[in-house]
Design a protein around this ligand. Structure first.
Ligand code: ADP
Ligand code: MG
Length: 619
């Protein structure tokens, strides 16, 4: 018997290989667009006809190719992007396998035109079924145009597998969006059957997202940004109110490459936990940038899946970054007063809190922002505090803050508390020059002369602001910073009536707001220490909080306003604080008349004394 094994001819080998890379017209769209990006183009035009079945053409103004490179580019494993195995772990380009053009040429008729800046003439190559049909010099602008015609003309079985034009076009648009989203600085256009359906000028990521996904996202995006030594995360997360019932606009990019990752998606979903109904999907566009050595992109033929060196870290970062962003923009007003019926149905709101859930939820810093007192759906009782008390025998307990029920009302404690607090402070002092340590972006541990304390950053800040505002209201108004671009804020009629009533007091506190026609106000200035640009949200939140205090008849209008503002402007849990900020916060706290409790009577810190700690350790 003779031997039977033979090498496959190139074009058949290429066709088989193409099966992995070019599954449908949209796969070619992705590869061609990515090549244009890799070539450094600033303008990329995609033209398709017949949902890509008869034509896919990408024209770019990138580097172009020499005659030899143009010819070489269609060979399998021909790439200019890596040259040895180590390069595989330094990849910054979209492509690197040198398979795309070879695959495209194996299953279609291809026309390439290309010219480099330094060449007088460009190159024209016609290739079909992996065979070069024609090659000649041409006049051409700098850049490259690759047209792929009649995909699968020579593989009828696969051509028959193509779906309807509508379906194939949807796939093409999806791929186009994924590439265009990652490079907002590049101009992109998409023309289908002679009609331009996208025309995306170079701009910011936010503009690009809105252009691609629709105007209705304009005011609904929360900025996500977290930089660490290990990785950077940036992008946008949709506000909870725009979560959809269908999985839709969810985009993850790792080093600008769109990827699918159920695991990371889960990280985002968990950050939204209790903010959106269980069966809905938040919108997000998130970019993770990290050292290419930390990932393996070479685990999937179309590179849509990647392997992280340490997936858990990425998960934790993504979750924290999104939580942080959502907390910072404090989405509470929607939860607060006009309790959204969708939210009321949330398990977290409607069902009793099991212990297991409680522990889980308490770990989330957002939870804390949701369980503010006076909220319509207050879930929690002061469980954590009781915990501590149980933990420390009552007599030896070093918990200094007063319990809520023992808090005297405003007047009483103004008179009595000073002595009380002074007493406490005398004993307790922060160690100078000792660094503070932030825990869970919520607590600050600080060494004291007696042991250490855990300060709750929001509670502490609330106290500081409260006292500052009280002083202001007593006749030392807070400086106003006038806005360069006064903002108009349109409110509902009841809110407008309420705000108008509060205007004189708000002025004392640094707000310069004027009525500007029915239910509309102009914000001319804000307190000097309040970030500008978010006035509308700030005012709405302040009003919502005010309405909660409104049931509390024992407070004056001004007292309620001050409490609302202190609560609203205080740093929220989840916010990273630099060493300097922590120091300032701690110093200001202990400069307060009543440093140990918030205006509503929660502790601002818990103290642990050395001798007690030692006993705990059996010393
Ligand atoms: P890869 O992108 O993995 O390198 P491709 O088959 O997609 O492989 O492309 C092969 C090579 O052809 C690329 O490495 C690049 O040098 C060149 N090339 C492809 N498209 C372009 C383009 N639009 N502009 C300039 N060079 C290109
Ligand atoms: Mg490529």
């Amino acid at each position: 018997m003779s031997d039977r094994i033979q090498l496959l001819p190139d074009n058949i080998a290429n066709q088989i290989a193409a099966g992995e890379v070019i599954q449908r017209p949209s796969s070619a769209v992705k590869e061609l667009l990515e090549n244009a990006v890799d070539a450094g183009a600033t303008e990329i035009k995609l033209i398709v006809a017949d949902a890509g079945k008869s034509l896919i053409q990408v024209i770019d103004n990138g580097s172009g190719m020499s005659e030899t490179d143009a010819r070489m580019s269609f060979e399998r494993h021909a790439t200019s992007k890596i040259s040895n195995i180590d390069d595989l772990f330094r990849i910054r380009t979209m492509g690197f396998r040198g398979e795309a053009l070879a695959s495209i040429a194996a299953v279609a008729q291809v026309e390439l035109k290309s010219r480099r800046e330094e060449d007088d003439a460009g190159t024209y190559i016609e290739i079909e079924n992996s065979l070069v049909k024609k090659q000649e010099p041409i006049a051409f602008q700098v850049g490259t145009s690759i047209a792929m015609k009649n995909v699968f003309f020579n593989v009828p079985a696969r051509r028959n597998f193509l779906k309807s034009n509508a379906v194939e076009m949807r796939h093409i648009v999806d791929e186009f969006i994924r590439v265009a989203m990652a490079f907002p600085e590049i101009f992109f256009s998409l023309t289908a059957n002679g009609q331009e359906i996208f025309h995306l000028g170079s701009g910011s990521l936010k503009q690009r997202i809105v252009h691609l996904l629709g105007n209705n996202y304009t005011a609904k995006l929360v900025n996500v940004q977290e930089n660490t030594d290990y990785l950077n995360i940036y992008g946008f997360a949709g506000k909870p109110e725009i979560a959809k019932k269908t999985r839709g606009d969810q985009y993850f990019f790792v080093n600008n490459r769109f990827i699918r990752s159920a695991y990371l998606n889960h990280a985002v979903m968990s950050a939204y936990q209790q903010m959106i109904p269980a069966d809905s999907f938040p919108m997000y566009v998130l970019f993770i940038d990290l050292d290419p050595a930390q990932i393996d992109i070479n685990v999937h033929p179309t590179k849509q899946e990647i392997k992280f060196e340490d997936e858990k870290i990425i998960y934790a970062f993504v979750q924290a970054a999104v939580k942080h962003a959502l907390a910072q923009f404090s989405i509470m007003p929607t939860l607060n007063f006009d309790l959204d019926p969708g939210i009321q149905q949330l398990d977290a709101v409607s069902k009793p809190f099991t212990d297991e859930k409680k522990v889980h939820a308490a770990a989330s810093s957002l939870y804390n922002t949701f369980t503010q007192k006076n909220q319509a759906h207050l879930i929690e009782s002061k469980s954590e505090l009781k915990h501590w008390k149980d933990f420390f025998p009552a007599k030896e307990s070093q918990i200094e803050p007063l319990q809520k029920d023992t808090v005297p009302d405003k007047l009483e404690y103004e008179q009595s508390a000073i002595g009380l607090a002074a007493n406490a402070i005398q004993k307790l002092q922060l160690l100078e020059n000792a660094d503070l340590l932030q825990l869970h972006n919520t607590y600050m541990a600080a060494s004291t002369n007696q042991g250490f304390i855990l300060i709750h950053q929001q509670a502490a800040h609330e106290r500081i602001l409260y006292e500052r505002y009280v002083t202001a209201a007593k006749g030392r108004p807070i400086a106003t910073q006038r806005s360069l671009f006064p903002l108009t804020v349109q409110l509902t009629t009841p809110d407008a009536v309420l705000l108008q009533d509060l205007l004189p007091d708000l002025q004392m506190l640094g707000y310069e707001i004027e009525l500007f026609g029915k239910d509309t106000f102009v914000v001319q200035g804000t307190p000097a220490d309040v970030d500008q640009g978010n006035e509308k949200v700030a005012i709405e939140q302040m009003l919502e909080q005010y309405k909660h205090f409104n049931n509390d008849v024992k407070f004056s209008k001004r007292e309620k306003l001050i409490r609302s503002l202190a609560w609203q402007h205080a740093v929220k849990p989840g916010r990273f604080l630099a060493q300097k900020e922590m120091k300032a916060l701690a110093d200001e706290l202990f400069a307060c008349a009543q440093p140990n409790i918030t205006p509503s009577g929660n502790p601002t810190y818990i103290a642990f004394k050395k001798d007690y700690l030692e006993r705990m350790f059996g010393r």
